[in-house]
Design a protein around this ligand. Structure first.
Ligand code: GLN
Length: 310
């Protein structure tokens, strides 16, 4: 109870500190995302023993976008094992933007599963395993991690599917190198849908808390992710989760995290806390400005950095 009170005070304080900051731009390359409200700013923390605190517009839903990537990566590792997945996608930070068309030299693998090329490859692998049930499998797993039945945003899905030429180019390049099977359009369609799954800050913080709690949702007590794969998911989030800001994030904040282009950021304090923020105003690398500021302050205030000596 005491923990809940001071966590609530902390989240309120950090939220009000950054709510009046309007730096950054809303993403427009997926036309439907440009409708987001720049005043929306929410945050939620869920502890590994299931306490929840929220501030601001924590119940406003937004599309999960790239935050889906570590989750589908975990599903692919469970389905195929580490060695098989590693044939098709690497684990090295690329230092490039999320939508980069670069692949690793010689192997032709995407650098990692957090850039679009790697995430599309992972979804194509899941499609091989689950066929027409793939999106259903993804939706069920994300819903179990969030602790409620999630839905997806039909308009964002259609908007991205209609304008996702760059992702199509990436998928066909991968096909050219034999890194994905023939059914690229089916895999792309699932990828666009998975990015359009709707979550609010409470959902996202619960997903983060599930990862922090070794794969078990601390609110519903459901085992969601294989304990052995959570380590892999968190490792890749730590090194690659914030696109070409990942090095700076690891340096300043020091916990595994993943951002999405609609403005969500999910951070995981191992064995302790799941953190989510939502604000659609993004910096030039596609990360939420208020999200970065709030998490940087929070990490300093609580000494969350993995190498902190506090
Ligand atoms: N759906 C987005 C895309 O593929 C996801 C990217 C992101 O969130 N950075 O472009």
């Amino acid at each position: 109870m005491k923990e809940q009170v001071w966590l609530q005070e902390l989240i309120d304080h950090l939220h009000s500190k950054h709510a009046s900051n309007f730096e950054g731009e809303i993403a427009t390359y997926i036309p439907e995302l440009s409708k987001a409200d720049p005043a929306h700013f929410g945050a939620a923390f869920v502890t590994s023993n299931g306490s929840i605190v929220e501030a601001g517009t924590a119940d406003v839903c937004f599309t999960i976008q790239s935050i889906s990537k570590p989750l589908t990566y975990g599903m692919a590792l469970e389905a195929f094992g580490e060695d098989e997945v590693a044939k098709y996608v690497g684990v090295e930070p690329s230092g490039d933007a999320f939508n980069s068309i670069e692949l690793e030299k010689l192997s032709n693998r995407p650098f990692n599963p957090m850039v679009n090329a790697g995430a599309i490859t992972v979804t194509a692998m899941l499609y091989q395993k689950y066929g027409d049930n793939t999106f259903h499998e993804i939706m069920s797993r994300f819903s179990a991690a969030a602790g409620r039945q999630l839905e997806f945003d039909e308009d964002v899905y259609r908007s991205e599917s209609r304008t996702g030429h760059r992702n199509r180019a990436i998928a066909y390049l991968l096909l050219n190198f034999g890194m994905v099977p023939d059914q690229v359009e089916a895999a792309l369609d699932i990828y666009f849908k998975q990015c359009s799954i709707l979550v609010n800050c409470r959902d996202l913080a619960t997903i983060a808390a599930t990862l922090s709690n070794l794969g078990k949702n601390p609110v519903t007590q459901t085992e969601v992710f294989d304990i052995d794969r959570v380590k892999d998911m968190l490792s890749i989030m730590f090194t690659c989760g914030m696109y070409d800001y990942s090095g700076q994030w690891a340096y300043r904040v020091g916990v595994p995290a993943k951002s999405g282009v609609s403005g969500g950021v999910m951070s995981v304090v191992n064995r302790q806390l799941g953190i989510a923020t939502y604000s659609p105003l993004l910096d030039s690398k596609g990360n939420s400005c208020r999200g970065i500021r709030l998490c940087t302050d929070l990490a300093q205030e609580l000494g969350l950095h993995v190498f902190d000596c506090m």
